[in-house]
Design a protein around this ligand. Sequence first.
Ligand code: DAT
Length: 178
Amino acid sequence: MILILTGTPGTGKTTISCLLAEKLGYQLVDVNQLVDEKHLYTGLDPEKDYKIVDMEALEEELHKILEEDHLGADSDEKFGIIIEGHLSHYFPQADLVVVLRTEPSILKGRLQKRGWKETKIHENLEAEALDICTWEAHQIHSTKVHEIETTNLTPEEAVNLILEVIAGKKLFPVGEID
Ligand code: DAT
């Protein structure tokens, strides 16, 4: 099982993926951490305060991790990995893609706590309002994409919903997007 967990920064990917990985016994790859550790960026955008990620190098690195860990797993049945990060949905290989959503008004408070620049916060709130991650994920992964609205949930409740999606008991598919 290759599970991609994506969404606008602050929607809870790190919190939820840690809980989920523990429950499922899956390996967890934090894409932002991987980008930092392996220097998978070509520079910094000082105005926007972003790293310019080398997407080709990131994809290569993720393929490498999958190959190594898949070979190292006891059996194919047990192999499970969660790839989390707001860029994770660009990775083309997945069995399931979950996009976490949060009301922009709530998200604003979370991003302000990070001490980010106003322009960066505004850009991310706009991306959330326009559902950019879902749209992008749908372009790449089509029917494998499910959206979970977490605004009124605790992280544990969100994890339980994702477990139900994995089990096929509950589905939150994304319809056709033009
Ligand atoms: P991300 O990895 O998407 O940037 P995070 O997990 O680092 O997000 O931060 C999310 C913050 O929001 C964290 O402080 C926990 C809080 N939070 C509140 N309700 C939540 C929920 N239902 N799911 C996930 N995180 C939630």
